[in-house]
Design a protein around this ligand. Structure first.
Ligand code: PLP
Length: 359
């Protein structure tokens, strides 16, 4: 808040107020660098996760990516080679190794999928890319703040993140660019000398400060936060899977008692209910005080089934009946109780009205 009011300096100004703002931006850069295990000069602030993805992929010709990336990657590249994700929602490292050719410009595979939460083998993919001399980017927008991230161990050259995924302000993101490859990245926005001349435009100081503080807070005690989320997720999973004709979309790597799930974000479940329209389900849940989604929030205006669920091989009618349930570290047991009271009731009601549902 102070950076929107009394400390409203421009970090590029030389007077005291400006220098204070520059110091605050530098502190946020340190906070992000500490969270990712890199140097502050390897962090560049952007206006969003989308911008970070677009920037890194801009002008790249021969890109290998996966079928179920966010549209901020898929729509940013022309004619990419798409790796399959199979029915578990996980890229196979062998497929990537086979797809790389001497012409490959870049590999971009997301860290965790935004609809089904499945976690990709990024460190192994990064190692192959490093060995074959190919640049490697990961869209880690869903992962940063939710799972421990160490860019050294991951062998990645570029990593995108977005503040609003870890309770920071909306409309601010960052791109990690490994020192050794910084020369390969051309500025995406032309203008002033901000962000070491690589991203022009006056900094969103309050947003950047919020991003840094939120990330520092998110990664503190992450294992304990994830263990608490896993306990809630297991409760929801057990209750929902006991309903008839329901399936979980994407791999699940951990059940009760395990502190870590290496295959799926601890805050994510994605179910398909036979005989039900996802949109109808969402509206009914909303009316009962439960806020969930069917696919990605960015494509909620579209009537097409989710490209993520189709990539898993789901038929259209099953993909249409999908529900994505996500939690945060603030989700309470009472909220889980509410979901588990409302959802089975709503599923039964909608199926009773459905012309295609036969008991
Ligand atoms: N990538 C993934 C995996 C996302 O989930 C999102 C947003 O939901 C984005 C990119 C885009 O980030 P932003 O909304 O900050 O542009």
């Amino acid at each position: 808040m102070p950076y929107l009011r009394e400390d409203y300096g421009n970090p590029s100004s030389v007077y005291t107020l400006g220098r204070e703002a520059a110091k605050a931006v530098a502190k946020a850069r340190e906070q992000v660098a500490t969270a990712l295990n890199c140097g502050p000069s390897e962090i560049f602030f952007t206006g969003s996760g989308t911008e970070a993805n677009n920037w890194v992929l801009h002008g790249k010709q021969r890109v290998i990516t996966s079928e179920f990336e966010h549209h901020a990657v898929l729509h940013a590249v022309k004619d990419p080679i798409l790796l399959p994700v199979y029915d578990n929602g996980i890229v196979k490292v062998a497929d990537l190794a086979a797809a790389i050719t001497p012409e490959t410009d870049m590999v971009s595979v997301m860290f965790a999928n935004n609809e089904i939460g499945t976690i990709q083998p990024i460190a192994e993919i990064g190692a192959i890319c490093r060995e074959r001399g190919v640049l490697m980017h990961t869209d880690a927008v869903q992962a940063v703040g939710n799972v421990p991230i160490d860019v050294q161990a991951l062998n990645v050259d570029f990593l995108s993140l977005s503040s609003h995924k870890f309770h920071g302000p909306k409309g601010v993101g960052a791109l990690y660019v490994r020192k050794a490859v910084q020369k390969s990245l051309k500025p995406f926005l032309q203008g002033g000398a901000q962000e070491s001349g690589r991203r022009a435009g006056t900094e969103n100081v309050a947003g950047i400060v919020g991003l840094g503080a939120a990330l520092e807070e998110a990664v503190a005690g992450l294992d304990a936060k994830n263990a608490a989320l896993l306990a809630k997720r297991t409760r929801i999973y057990d209750a929902i899977m006991s309903l008839p004709k329901v399936r979980l979309n994407g791999a699940l790597g951990s059940f009760d008692g395990c502190a870590v799930d290496r295959l799926r974000l601890a805050n994510n479940l994605n179910f398909s209910f036979e005989g039900i329209e996802g949109e109808a389900l969402l509206l009914q849940l909303d009316m009962n005080g439960v806020f969930a989604s069917s696919g990605s929030a960015c494509t909620s205006g579209s009537l097409d089934p989710s490209h993520v669920l189709l990539a898993l091989g789901l038929p259209h009618e099953i993909a249409h009946g999908s529900l994505r349930i996500t939690m945060s570290r603030y989700t309470t047991d009472a909220e889980v109780d509410l979901l588990l009271e409302v959802l089975p009731r709503v599923v039964e009601k909608l199926r009773a009205m459905s012309p295609i549902w036969e008991w």
